[in-house]
Design a protein. Structure first.
Ligand code: GRF
Length: 216
């Protein structure tokens, strides 16, 4: 048994609204012994989210915003389910609904956005809109951002970013594919840093500690 396999796995809940490519990537990394998390629960915001097929052995639930009178009531249900599953971290994986983060999950909800925040982010910037906007603006670099989630879209403290070039002949599809390759490295890397206890938030700035973690 390797050192990594002896480590405690961080229990997480994964929230998605779409095809679940990010959940699949996480599960592939876990299966390869390269990511110390355990997916305890998958929540979909719509029954149309095909991504639940990647839940593996974890239970899945659909919780729809339309069944609740407010973002807060919806969020309460989501986080109650996460607590019930013993999740210590909530991982957004193509989740398209605004959440109101309860105090006990502050800096314990993470997201990946397919652009370099604070560019091309916020309400309405999802899917190909993000990449088309980057191309139309004419930026030479785009990329992805892993960040903690607060009560605004794509706004919380940045954990890490990876940049990719934007080529002259890019379409939203070709740029999306290049960014997604970067996402497949960035998200597991950030999750592993959190699992190892190497991430601390100091106001808006995230400090990454070197080595084997700080214990505790
Ligand atoms: C990823 O591009 C990620 O950046 C964003 O959602 C996408 C994955 O969602 N947050 P999906 O699996 O394609 O629905």
């Amino acid at each position: 048994m390797s050192d990594r396999r002896k480590r405690r796995l961080l229990p997480v809940a994964v929230l998605l609204s779409g095809t679940g490519r990010t959940l699949k990537n996480i599960n592939d990394r876990v299966a390869a012994g390269r990511l110390d998390v355990e997916v305890r629960l998958v929540i979909a915001s719509t029954p149309k989210a095909t991504g639940v097929r990647f839940a593996g052995g974890a239970p899945s639930r659909v919780i729809e915003r339309g069944d609740f009178s407010s973002d807060e009531a919806f969020s309460n249900e989501v986080f109650a389910a996460c607590r019930g599953a013993g999740a210590e971290l909530v991982v957004l994986a193509g989740w398209l609904k605004l959440l109101v983060i309860p105090d006990d999950f502050r800096n314990r909800v993470v997201n990946i956005h397919p652009a370099l925040i604070p560019s091309f982010c916020g309400k309405g910037y999802f899917g190909h809109h993000v990449h088309q906007s980057a191309i139309d603006y004419g930026v030479k670099l785009s990329g992805c951002t892993v960040h903690f989630v607060d009560n605004q879209y794509d706004h919380g403290p940045v954990i890490l970013q990876k940049a990719v070039p934007v080529e002259t002949d890019d379409t939203a599809d070709t740029l999306a594919a290049r960014v997604f390759e970067a996402e497949c490295e960035a998200y597991p890397e950030a999750l592993q840093l959190i699992a190892e206890g190497r991430v601390a938030v100091e106001r808006r700035r995230v400090r990454i500690f070197p080595g084997e973690g700080r214990g505790g």
